[in-house]
Design a protein around this ligand. Structure first.
Ligand SMILES: [Zn+2]
Length: 341
């Protein structure tokens, strides 16, 4: 058991490409969905979900290891005070899903832990579909798919997973808006409205306004259309960022100063995007680059790393290992952090 646990911990650290040491003063966790597990065989977005029970264990583990849960907006001040031995944990949830309120909020309340929800305003206003969920639904109900010039068999679960990966890769290398439109058209041809998924899964404007009044909740911006900003002209990237903050501000009475880059990986958020974020009035912006936060020197508040609370690793001993700073010799050996959101 001990060996297997250690190996799993090593594998997590490797997956996250982090080597925790005493120098780390903070960690920002990324979550998406918080909901019960589903029995389906085909779940290409499962890595974006954790259960409320797992969140409960994580919050207990964080406190047990002496990490102080704080608000994201407090970080600059706390880190600027110099190292007094305190270590901070921040929780963030991307995209603005309904279950953040129905499932996650009660768990955060139980542990009195504040958190930030990054809202995609186009999802919230029902003007934009969520392509990775549309694609999942298309593949679930189809036996073949022609997309991006490729014909794919999608009968078995294995074939569906392969097709999902292929479309993701295609989408990364091409014009994203056109791809989203094409997927929406496929959905309609199969007899379902992709916006019904958004309605089912995402907080409405009224929900966000009410959610923002909860004392534990901070609302951040996550663009209007959840596009890869690095692929856009600078003016359009700035509009995506700025307009989402304006729309949320008009709704809640407080324009967000917190921002999360869609996808957030190196190819979707780099120096140019960090500068645009500053120009758009954001004080703090988070990526999905895996890592922990060191001392205030050298910490760019507009390119903060995060640790994904990944649906594939729903075991509290991973989190324990992460937070207690075991020496992970094999860190960096394995692959990358995953995630669409
Ligand atoms: Zn996202």
């Amino acid at each position: 058991m001990a060996i297997s646990g250690a190996l799993e911990a090593v594998s997590l650290a490797a997956q996250l490409k982090i080597v925790p040491t005493q120098k780390h003063r903070g960690v920002i966790f990324t979550l998406h969905h918080v909901c019960a597990e589903r029995p389906d065989r085909f779940q290409p977005n499962a890595h974006l979900s954790i259960t409320p029970q797992f969140l409960d264990r994580v919050l207990a583990t964080v406190r047990r290891n002496g990490w102080k849960p704080v608000r994201l907006e407090q970080l600059p001040h706390l880190l600027s005070r110099g190292d007094n031995g305190d270590r901070y944990a921040v929780f963030t949830l991307d995209d603005g899903y309904r279950n953040n309120r129905s499932e996650a909020l009660p768990v955060f309340r139980k542990h009195e832990v504040p958190f930030t929800v990054f809202v995609t305003s186009g999802f919230m206003r029902r003007s934009r579909s969520i392509w990775w969920m549309t694609l999942e639904e298309i593949l679930r109900s189809s036996r073949s798919l022609t997309f991006g010039g490729a014909q794919m068999k999608t009968q078995s679960a294995l074939e569906k997973y392969a097709a999902f990966d292929r479309v993701c890769h295609y989408l990364e290398g091409t014009e994203e808006n056109q791809c989203v439109d094409d997927l929406d058209a496929h959905a309609h041809a199969l007899g379902f409205d992709p916006m019904s998924i958004v309605e089912r899964e995402v907080l409405s404007s009224q929900d966000v306004a009410a959610f923002s009044r909860d004392p534990l909740v901070s609302i951040g911006a996550h663009t209007v259309n959840h596009l890869n900003l690095a692929k856009l002209e600078p003016e359009l990237a700035a509009r995506e960022m700025s307009t989402s903050a304006d729309e949320i501000g008009a709704l809640t009475g407080q324009r967000p100063t917190l921002f999360a880059y869609p996808y957030g990986r190196r190819g979707a958020a780099c120096q140019r995007e960090f500068e645009i974020a500053a120009q758009c009035g954001f004080d703090i912006a988070v990526t999905t680059r895996p890592g922990m936060i060191g001392t205030s020197d050298g910490v760019n508040m507009l390119s903060l790393p995060r640790i994904s609370l990944n649906g594939y690793f729903q075991k509290s001993r991973y989190i324990e290992a992460l937070l207690t700073g075991l020496p992970f010799r094999f860190a960096g050996v394995l692959g990358q952090n995953v995630g669409n959101g």
